[in-house]
Design a protein around this ligand. Structure first.
Ligand SMILES: *Cc1c(COP(=O)(O)O)cnc(C)c1O
Length: 370
C-alpha cells in the first residue's frame, strides 16, 4: 500500500474471457480490416447508442479531424480554441490552414461565442470549437454566427462521448463532429475515433477519404489517407460499449463525492452540472485561486505527486504557446487572457470508472489538509 500510485485515469477494458470468442471468430473469418464484419457492427451500434444517423470509424481521433476538413474543403483560416489537446490545432496545420485562436468562456472553458465575430476575416471558412471536458459549447450561438457569415462548423467532440442536451446528442451540432476512442477516454477502442456526419453522401465521401480515396478498384476520387479501424479493435469496441452506461454512472458518483467534499474549500472551484445536459464526467478539473487557497497550482500539483496522486495540468500549456503556433498574432497572451488564467490554475483530478472510495478520500485529503 505504501507506494501505491493513484493515476489520473485508468482504461476501461472488456473482460478477456468475453473477448476471446470474438478473436476466434476474427481468426476464422480471416478478414482483418477494410470495413469488415465487426467494423460494420460497431458503426451500427454507435449510431444507435449515440443517437446519430452516420458514424465513420477511424483508427484514432486525430484523423477524423483532418478528414472532416478535407471533406468540407476547408481552406484559409479557421477559428478555434487554444484550450484543448494539441491535435485540434495540428489538424488545421496538416491541412495548410491558419489557426486563429479565440479566448474561452471562464465558466465552461469552451470558445467564447462573444469573441468569435471579431476574429472573422475574408479568409475565414470555418469554426472548430471543442466541447472541453465534455461540457457542451454554446452550439446555438455558434451556429447563428456560422450562418451569418457562411462558415462551416466542425466540433472536436473527443471529450463528449454520450453527452446529450435535452435528450439530443451533442454530436448533432454543426456540420460534423469528431470523437476519440483513445485508451484514456470515457469509451475506448485502445486507439480509435469516429467522424459523425448528417447525410449518406457525406458519409460515403468520408469513407473514401479514410481509405486512400478509393471509390472502387480503379477509381481514386480524392487524395485520401489511411484512417481505417481494424476488426480486432472494432470487436473490442462492441464489448466496451456494453459497459459504458455503467461507467458513466460510476464516474458521476465520483464527481458527486469530489464536489461534496470540495464545496467549502476556500480557493478551490470546480464545474457544476448544466441543466438539461446528460454529462459523461470524462474529467474532473479543479481551479486553484492561489491567493485564497494559500498555495499555487503547481505547488499543489507537485505536493500531490510527492504523495503518489497523479493529477494532470490539462490544458497547460495552451496550444497557442507551442513553438509551431506562438508566432501567430492570435496566439499572443493579450488576446487570450481568460484561457491563460485558466491554464495556470487547473488540475484534473483522478477520474475513472473503478476509482474506489479510499482513493477518492486520499486525493481529497491532500487538497483539503493544506
Ligand atoms: C484525445 C483528443 C484528441 C485526439 O485523439 P487521438 O485519438 O488521441 O488521436 C483530439 N482532441 C481532443 C480534445 C482530445 O482530447
Amino acid at each position: 500500500m505504501e507506494n501505491k500510485v493513484i493515476t489520473v485515469t485508468s482504461p476501461l477494458l472488456p473482460s478477456l474471457e468475453d473477448f476471446i470468442p470474438y478473436l476466434k471468430d476474427i481468426w476464422n473469418r480471416k478478414w482483418l480490416t477494410n470495413n469488415g464484419y465487426y467494423h460494420k457492427e460497431l458503426e451500427k451500434a454507435l449510431c444507435e447508442y449515440l443517437k446519430v444517423p452516420y458514424v465513420s470509424l477511424f483508427t484514432n481521433g486525430t484523423l477524423p479531424l483532418m478528414c472532416a476538413l478535407q471533406a468540407l474543403r476547408i481552406t484559409g483560416e479557421v477559428i478555434t480554441t487554444p484550450y484543448s489537446f494539441v491535435a485540434t490545432t495540428h489538424s488545421l496545420w496538416w491541412n495548410g490552414i491558419k489557426p486563429v485562436f479565440v479566448d474561452i468562456n471562464p465558466v465552461t472553458c469552451n470558445i467564447d461565442p462573444d469573441k468569435i465575430e471579431a476574429a472573422i476575416t475574408p479568409k475565414t471558412t470555418a469554426i472548430m470549437p471543442v466541447h472541453v471536458y465534455g461540457k457542451p459549447c454554446d452550439t446555438v450561438r455558434i451556429q447563428e454566427i456560422a450562418d451569418k457569415y457562411g462558415l462551416k462548423v466542425i466540433y472536436d467532440a473527443a471529450h463528449a462521448f454520450g453527452v446529450e442536451v435535452n435528450g439530443k446528442s451533442i454530436l448533432e451540432a454543426g456540420d460534423m463532429s469528431t470523437l476519440s476512442f483513445h485508451a484514456t477516454k470515457v469509451y475506448n477502442t485502445i486507439e480509435g475515433g469516429a467522424l459523425i456526419c448528417k447525410d449518406e453522401k457525406t458519409k460515403r465521401r468520408i469513407d473514401y477519404l479514410k481509405n486512400f480515396g478509393f471509390a472502387d478498384e480503379t477509381t481514386i476520387v480524392a487524395p485520401g489517407i489511411n484512417g481505417k479501424m481494424d476488426e480486432v479493435r472494432s470487436a473490442y469496441g462492441l464489448l466496451n460499449l456494453k459497459q459504458v452506461d455503467a461507467v458513466i454512472e460510476s464516474r458521476h458518483r465520483t464527481a458527486v463525492k469530489y464536489r461534496e467534499a470540495l464545496r467549502g474549500v476556500e480557493g478551490i472551484s470546480f464545474m457544476e452540472d448544466m441543466p438539461g445536459v446528460r454529462h459523461n464526467y470524462s474529467y474532473f478539473p479543479i481551479f486553484i485561486d492561489a491567493e485564497k487557497y494559500g498555495m499555487t497550482r503547481d505547488e499543489l500539483y507537485f505536493k500531490m505527486k510527492r504523495q503518489n496522486v497523479l493529477g494532470r495540468r490539462y490544458f497547460y500549456p495552451l496550444i497557442s504557446e507551442f513553438s509551431a503556433y506562438r508566432g501567430l498574432e492570435s496566439a499572443q497572451p493579450e488576446n487570450l487572457p481568460v484561457a491563460s488564467k485558466v491554464a495556470d490554475s487547473v488540475i484534473c483530478l483522478p477520474m475513472y470508472h473503478n476509482l474506489n472510495d479510499s482513493d477518492i478520500q486520499a486525493v481529497l485529503d491532500i487538497i483539503i489538509c493544506r
